[in-house]
Design a protein around this ligand. Structure first.
Ligand SMILES: Nc1ncnc2c1ncn2[C@@H]1O[C@H](COP(=O)(O)OP(=O)(O)O)[C@@H](O)[C@H]1O
Ligand SMILES: [Mg+2]
Length: 374
């Protein structure tokens, strides 16, 4: 087992920078997930750790040893790819044993390790089949078997579940987590899927456009996103992000909804903000009272919950409905934004502002419905 230290790592393809200086330490034995939109540089970073891609500048160390000039096979890493990369003409047994054959391990030890990996992955009955005779999930398990038999210090996963259908993806996610608990090797898992990221990670690294936006536990990142990007990317339905401005006395007013103060702040008058609030944090009343009166456009049924949508001055506002409120489409409801659930971001830099709100908030008189119609 080993920790992985990445120090000011940059990558340039044909003069074009793709990674702008990555600095992270991935603790020994952790399950680290790197999440970010397609093209942000996740695979490039993973491939540099594995040694499949040159490092333009900076340093990558595994277990304290700098790996920049070490051959991929000697780095103690095993990688699992999205497309499985199995040899079609080989049986499951031969596929799993392949890296051991390359390493010229004695036949008896090879067989022992393959049998053990097959037991862990429930592949014992399939060892004589070829990949074409397996389901997608089984093929991915063979690819994992091939990684396990190498007994690596570090497992590297590049979107290994993306080719599976939704149900199988959830099952395999659980299997991978179990496997990690059992083997306890440092694991680095790359995905663009934020649900996969939240559920698998001990440590989550959110990337955007070749930079690390935030590092933390899934709960920390969900509760206290460091930027508008992270706030909007992590969570489903996504966090509501609404433009707002600080008024003359520090009051925060959503743009386009003049007069309704949602919080009192100590920020400078005129500061342009983005206010974030999770769809499950907005409270809703079906009777007139305090709060913002809105007419719900659309209700999305998710089985266990329902999400209502409302177009608030050009921003889509999502609200998770409390159980039991059927038939709200087209109805007027009154929304309140609890101060403790509000997040503030600088609208220019996108960065989180931590001292924005006073704890006690005086709400202005409720608006009349006409004022908020778009
Ligand atoms: N071999 C390559 N040559 C040139 N550009 C590349 C190469 N590989 C990746 N890129 C570019 O680098 C960026 C990051 O790619 P990648 O690491 O594959 O992103 P991700 O895995 O996050 O989707 C993208 O803009 C991609 O087009
Ligand atoms: Mg990729």
């Amino acid at each position: 087992m080993a920790d992985v230290t990445i120090t000011n790592v940059k990558k340039t393809y044909d003069g074009k920078p793709v990674l702008h200086g990555i600095d992270v330490t991935l603790p020994d034995g952790h399950f680290v997930v790197i999440v970010g939109p397609s093209g942000c540089g996740k695979s490039t970073l993973l491939r540099m750790i594995a040694g499949l891609e040159d490092i333009t500048s900076g340093e990558i160390a595994i277990g304290g040893t700098v790996m920049n000039d070490i051959e991929p096979a000697d780095r103690g890493c095993a990688m699992v790819f999205q497309n499985y990369a199995l040899y079609p003409h080989m049986t499951v047994r031969q596929n799993i044993a392949y890296p051991l054959r390359l390493a010229k391990l004695p036949v008896a030890e090879r067989e022992e390790r393959v049998a053990q990996a097959a037991r862990i992955l429930n592949l014992t009955d399939y060892l004589d089949r070829r990949p074409a005779q397996l389901s997608g999930g089984q093929r991915q398990r063979v690819a994992m078997g091939r990684a396990i038999v190498r007994e690596p210090e570090v497992f590297l996963f590049d979107e290994p579940l993306s080719n599976l259908d939704a149900l199988l993806r959830v099952q395999m996610r659980i299997e991978i987590k179990r496997l990690h608990k059992r083997l306890n090797a440092t694991s680095i898992f790359v995905t663009h899927d934020q649900v996969e990221a939240m559920t698998l990670a001990d440590t989550l690294i959110v990337m955007n456009a070749g930079r690390v936006e935030q590092i933390g536990s899934p709960a920390e990142i969900y509760r206290r996103p460091a930027s508008v990007f992270v706030a909007g990317f992590m969570g489903s339905p996504a966090m509501n992000l609404l433009p707002a401005t600080v008024g003359a006395d520090g009051e925060v007013v959503l743009d386009g909804i003049a007069g309704d103060i949602i919080a009192q702040s100590s920020l400078r008058t005129g500061t342009p903000l983005t206010i974030g609030i999770r769809p499950e944090s907005i409270t809703l009343a079906t009777q007139p009272g305090k709060g913002l009166p809105v007419t719900i456009d659309l209700v999305e049924e998710l089985g266990g919950s329902r999400v209502a949508y409302y177009n608030l001055s050009g921003s889509e506002l999502a609200v998770v409905l409390p159980p039991g409120d059927e038939g709200l489409e087209g109805k007027t409801v009154w929304l309140s934004f609890p101060t403790e659930a509000l997040q503030a971001f600088d609208r220019v830099t996108g960065k989180r502002l931590d001292t924005a709100f006073a704890t006690s908030v005086k709400r202005a008189a409720p608006l009349n419905a006409e004022a908020v119609r778009v």
